[in-house]
Design a protein around this ligand. Structure first.
Ligand SMILES: Cc1ncc(COP(=O)(O)O)c(C=O)c1O
Length: 308
C-alpha cells in the first residue's frame, strides 16, 4: 500500500489498531528514543505509548520489547517497533513470531539504503509483520512517497482508513521514472555508505568524541560539552543536530549527517580549527548568531560546508 510519505502509513496502521473497547486500550510499543511520530500518532489516536529504552545491545532490547508485549497482551496489545536510529536490528533477531493475538509488528526500513538488511523475506512466514519503507532517505523526502508491505488481510484493513487519492499522480509518475533509473539512487547510497565509514574513522580519531556505529546516513556521537561544540561548529558552517537535551539516553550527544566527500573533508578541517581555538561558549554562540543573521554560517571561509 502506498502512502503520502510513510508518516501517513504509520498513522493509518495505528488508527487501524486503536481500539477503545480493549481492556486497557491499545498499546503502541516502540524502542525509545526513536522516530517521534510513533508516539505522536499513538497519543493522537488515544493509544497508550510504551517506550522500551534503547540499549547498545539491540538483541536484549528486542527481547525486552517481546517481554513487555507478552506482559500486556491481555490488554489487546498492538506492538509497533521500528529499526532503531543508531544501529541495526538485524533481520531474524527478534526471537520468533509473536503469534496470534500479540498484535502487529512494524519494521520500519526507512534507512534501508544505508542499512542494507531487510525483513521483507520474512513477510511470507509472519502474518503479523509489516515492512515499512520510504523514498525520503534517498534524498526524495519532498516527493512524499512511502509504502507498507504486509499480509493482504492487514492491508485490506488499513485501506479502509486510507483517504481517497492519498497519493497524487505526480509522485506516482516520478516514482515510475525513478524505478527506471534506480541504479542512480543506489550509487548515491553507496557513496554515502563509503563516506560514513570515512567520517566514522575521522570522528574516532578525535579525542573526547565517542561516535556510535551507524547503519543510517548519519552518525551519533557523544562529547563532554555538547552545547559548546554545537555552537562552535555552527559558527564555522558545520550544521549538526544537537540532540543532547531530547532524551536522557542522548545526554551529551550530537548527530552529524553524512555528506559527500568534499564536504566531509572541508568540515573535518573546520572542526579541527574549532577545537584548536577553544573559544568560550558565548563567543561560539555569538559567531553562530552572527552567521545566521547574515545568512552565511561562516563568513570569510568560503561557502557553508554543512556536514549536517
Ligand atoms: C524511521 C523513520 N520512519 C519514517 C519516517 C517518515 O518518512 P516519510 O518522509 O516517508 O514520511 C522517518 C522520517 O524521518 C523516519 O526517520
Amino acid at each position: 500500500m502506498l502512502g503520502n510519505g510513510s508518516d501517513e502509513l504509520i498513522h493509518l496502521m495505528i488508527q487501524a489498531c486503536a481500539r477503545q473497547d480493549a481492556p486497557g486500550g491499545t498499546v503502541v510499543l516502540a524502542p525509545t528514543p526513536t522516530f517521534v511520530m510513533y508516539e505522536v500518532f499513538a497519543r493522537l489516536d488515544g493509544c497508550r505509548f510504551v517506550g522500551v529504552p534503547l540499549t547498545a545491545d539491540f538483541g536484549s532490547m528486542a527481547r525486552r520489547c517481546g517481554r513487555r508485549s507478552r506482559s500486556t497482551a491481555g490488554a489487546g496489545v498492538h506492538r509497533l517497533s521500528e529499526q532503531p536510529d543508531r544501529q541495526l536490528l538485524r533481520s531474524g533477531r527478534t526471537g520468533g513470531d509473536p503469534g496470534p493475538g500479540a498484535g502487529l509488528v512494524v519494521i520500519d526500513e526507512a534507512y534501508l539504503p544505508f542499512a542494507q538488511d531487510t525483513w521483507m523475506p520474512q513477510l511470507a512466514e509472519r502474518s503479523s509483520l509489516v515492512v515499512l519503507r520510504t523514498l525520503s532517505k534517498l534524498g526524495l523526502a519532498g516527493l512524499r512517497l512511502g509504502y507498507a508491505c504486509a499480509d493482504p488481510a492487514w492491508i485490506g484493513e488499513f485501506d479502509k482508513l486510507r483517504p481517497p487519492y492519498n497519493v497524487g499522480v505526480l509522485p506516482l509518475a516520478a516514482a515510475d521514472f525513478l524505478l527506471d533509473h534506480f541504479q542512480v539512487l543506489q550509487q548515491q547510497a553507496a557513496v554515502i555508505r563509503a563516506e560514513r565509514a570515512r567520517l566514522l574513522s575521522a570522528l574516532r580519531a578525535l579525542t573526547g568524541v565517542a561516535p556510535f556505529d551507524s547503519a543510517a546516513n548519519f552518525i551519533l556521537f557523544r562529547v563532554g560539552e555538547p552545547d559548546r561544540l554545537f555552537a562552535g561548529l555552527c559558527g564555522r558552517g558545520i550544521l549538526v543536530k544537537n540532540v543532547s537535551g531530547s532524551h536522557p539516553l542522548l545526554a551529551g550527544c550530537l548527530r552529524v549527517t553524512v555528506a559527500r566527500r568534499r564536504k566531509t573533508t572541508r568540515s573535518c578541517k573546520r572542526w579541527g580549527r574549532c577545537r584548536e581555538s577553544e573559544e568560550p561558549q558565548d563567543v561560539c554562540a555569538q559567531r553562530a548568531d552572527r552567521a545566521r543573521n547574515k545568512g552565511d554560517p561562516d563568513p570569510g571561509r568560503g561557502r557553508p560546508g554543512s556536514a549536517g
